[in-house]
Design a protein around this ligand. Structure first.
Ligand code: DGL
Length: 279
């Protein structure tokens, strides 16, 4: 039994897709969410910058005394996931492996689409993970760079006049590839899932990378004997690197409940802190 909180981080709001699932799965656990809203988006940046930001994010969570780190960001998972796993002294869960496993299990015709940020798509991590599971899978990978700013600015409602044309613009070709499964490889994208479903139709199974990371985190905590043993009453504290107000207003729409306890923090320089293991 371990009463310490579980830490979840992302560049911004996307990691809430993992947080919401984690809370539903383990309602007694304390959660700490960190969104680097002052520096989002990560997905258009280079590897060195993403890795530096990721180390600062993880170091901040470890400073809060978390018992596990959930990297609820496809970009960080793809670019810096291996480094963070090596350097973090507690269980570390990322999104690529869990989402790829879920997609490989879900597909019936072996044709899988992956949409993600430019950095994730460039890394080739999702196609590599899927090929390792089943070399016969056909994978179509696509970057949708405007989805993150749309989500961060609250354009997530079905019929939204900015988001609908963006979904059509990016997914038109994918719609003709006869895929039956689509990995939402950026954790922001499940906030656009209703619009994506409207465009692609019910025949395509959408795999939320945030949800799959949460399920994997639950399994890891259970296996490691790190659950708190509490069945209800878990709460969440939020930390962001930009103003609390804009984060709360979109987060409340997505989570469907008031988002209180949002604290703005400055984490620059935290990379210098050791993550707990020698790199
Ligand atoms: N949620 C992040 C991801 O999963 C968004 C990346 C970004 O900030 O561009 O990739």
């Amino acid at each position: 039994m371990d009463p310490r909180p579980i830490g979840v981080f992302d560049s911004g709001l996307g990691g809430l897709t993992a947080l919401r699932e984690l809370h539903a799965l383990l309602p007694g656990e304390e959660l700490v969410y960190f969104g680097d809203t002052g520096r989002v988006p990560y997905g258009s940046r280079g590897e060195e910058v993403i890795t530096r930001y990721a180390r600062e994010d993880a170091a901040f969570l470890l400073e809060q005394g978390v018992k596990a780190v959930v990297c609820a960001c496809g970009t960080v998972s793809s670019v810096a996931g291996e480094a963070l796993r090596r350097e973090t002294h507690c269980p570390f869960v990322e999104v690529v492996g869990p989402a790829a496993r879920a997609a490989a299990a879900a597909t019936r015709n072996g044709r899988i689409g992956v949409i993600a940020t430019a950095a994730t798509t460039r890394s080739g991590k999702f196609p590599a993970a899927l090929a390792a599971m089943d070399p016969g899978l056909q994978v179509y990978s696509l970057a949708c760079p405007l989805f993150v700013p749309l989500v961060e600015n609250g354009h997530i409602a079905p019929g939204d006049p900015l988001a609908v044309p963006a979904v059509e613009y990016y997914l038109r070709d994918l719609g003709e590839r006869d895929i039956d499964t689509l990995i939402l490889g950026c954790t922001h994208y499940p906030l656009l899932a209703p619009l994506i479903r409207d465009f692609l139709g019910e025949g395509v199974t959408l795999v939320s990378s945030g949800r799959e990371a949460a399920l994997a985190a639950g399994d890891t905590l259970r296996e490691e004997g790190l659950l708190s043993g509490r069945q209800t009453g878990g709460s969440c504290r939020y930390f962001v690197t930009d103003s609390a107000g804009s984060f709360s207003s979109v987060a409340e729409v997505f989570l469907g409940e008031p988002v209180t306890h949002v604290t703005p923090v400055d984490i620059s320089g935290l990379e210098k802190l050791k993550l707990g293991k020698e790199a």
